[in-house]
Design a protein around this ligand. Structure first.
Ligand code: 5GP
Ligand code: ZN
Length: 121
């Protein structure tokens, strides 16, 4: 049985390795960022740790730098993509009720146009 929670079968791990294509917007030694294949806003980027972790709850104390790594990447990417001045939204989905579909931690960065006032829509 395939289990996408394991890194061997994880499509985001394959994107990091380059065995699956992506439109990369940023990379450093611990973070990779690329455009979402099904954008929910004019600008929609996924920012992921290079280390496979499933979700927020799967980040160990030793790996806690993952959170600041992802947010530091936002500080590079938002100006790079021209959305720093106009504003943007950052979202982590965790688990079924949040409709998480890829079980490799990712921070959605959305902007480039006026977004809805509700976070749940
Ligand atoms: P989630 O629903 O898990 O928070 O978000 C997963 C995101 O990954 C979705 O927005 C979806 O469009 C995106 N996605 C799924 N597969 C691929 C892919 O192969 N390439 C890219 N660039 N994005 C993907
Ligand atoms: Zn992965």
């Amino acid at each position: 049985m395939s289990n996408p929670k394991q890194s061997k079968e994880c499509i985001f791990c394959k994107i990091i390795e380059g065995t699956l294509p992506s439109e990369k917007v940023y990379e450093d030694d611990r973070v990779f960022a690329f455009r979402d294949i099904s954008p929910q806003a004019k600008t929609h980027v996924l920012i992921i740790p290079k280390k496979h972790v499933v979700d927020i709850l799967d980040v160990s104390a030793e790996d806690a730098h993952v959170f600041s790594d992802l947010l530091r990447a936002v500080q590079h990417i938002a100006p790079q993509l021209g959305i720093a001045g106009t504003g943007f939204r950052t979202v982590f989905n965790s688990g079924d009720h949040a409709c998480q579909t890829i079980y490799h931690l990712h921070l959605h960065l959305l902007g480039g146009e006026q977004l809805g006032g509700s976070m749940v829509g």
